[in-house]
Write a new protein. Sequence first.
Length: 406
Amino acid sequence: MAALLTLATNDFEPTDDDDYYVPGSPQSSTSDSDATLDFLLHVHGAVFARGGRVLRPPREDEDFDDIVNQIGVPLIFKRHALEQFARLVGCGFPLLLRRPEGWGLDLFVSMLSAAFDEDYNDANDPFVPLVLDQPSAILSERGLHAFFILELDFKQIAHGSDLATTLSHFVLARCRTMLERYEFGGCGPPTDSASEAIVLLALFLKNMYHIPSLFLVVKNFDSLIYNFNDGPAVLNAFVRHIEFECYAQSFAGVLFTSSVDNGTIFSPLDHLGNPKPLRSRLHSSVELRSTLDLTRHPAFQTAVGFTEQDVNDLDDAFKHLPSNGTSLIDMVKAARRSGRSCVFADPAWVDKRLPPIDPSGFSEAKVLPLPELDCSEGGDGVFPATLVWTVVEAKYGFPRRDTFSF
């Protein structure tokens, strides 16, 4: 394995601003006038890059917008996952997706936010070339760039003794920032409750546009239960309120994400390495009723991480650069401790949602129906994104990122 990960001859030197330098790249004068540099273009398979030529892997801190606006940085477009997610827009219940650290969950979420964000540059919309290459009836029907995005990351909330107050201050600050970003003005919702502030913001937009228009994204939503003594109680009250208002069609959509494995992320395997149905789940301090857990749903198996075909597409996209000559997929498998890709999907996935609880404490009468989803990629294994990019750096001689073992 060590031999496979030996760096190739490094023909590339980092520049002073910590960007990768590649001879003949747009950083050199020979490429500055190339008109194709202004466009996001299809490279190979699922790989797209601004300028149509891959020059370096993305950095760990680059999100979707960073990648599609940087010349020569490859994007693996998750068309299937975006289409399935679009089917769930306006469904009336929150969504939950868990994936471990290093698999690329935040990048996937940043793509979703960019896809549905009302604030975009019409002359430089990356989804035009992404979807134009293979037109999507689902995305055309549902429509992109239709919502206002409120993104919260609960991991940014520091330790403290009074979570309710801390959470309220955090959420109100983010609401004010969102209002400023979309040029609404104002000082934010007049409340001291975190969930009520979000609901008031959602209702303000719904009244203005006559349809649910706020898309709420809460990253690391369950991190609060590990940092605060009153975390479970405060978080469950927050989630319960959001679930009910989602049911009441106050939101265009709600997405919770987490990298915490509560016993539902990884699929147990049989003696042949095939996934088995999940028979039980560990006790969780988070009480989710009407939230749809997509973590093991076959329709979202390939949403995060790279399939073997994705890895081969990347290898083909980078092949114009000097390398050690070894197949990228062979190097990835050698670097992976198990040697195998991972299947998160549960072949016997069951919808376990319950009706939400209304403000008076009573359960609603029914569970809203689940739209039909395409599960055709449910058996396709995926590799961690960070591992794949580390191996790309090793094969093609780029500076190595700090990472951890898989």
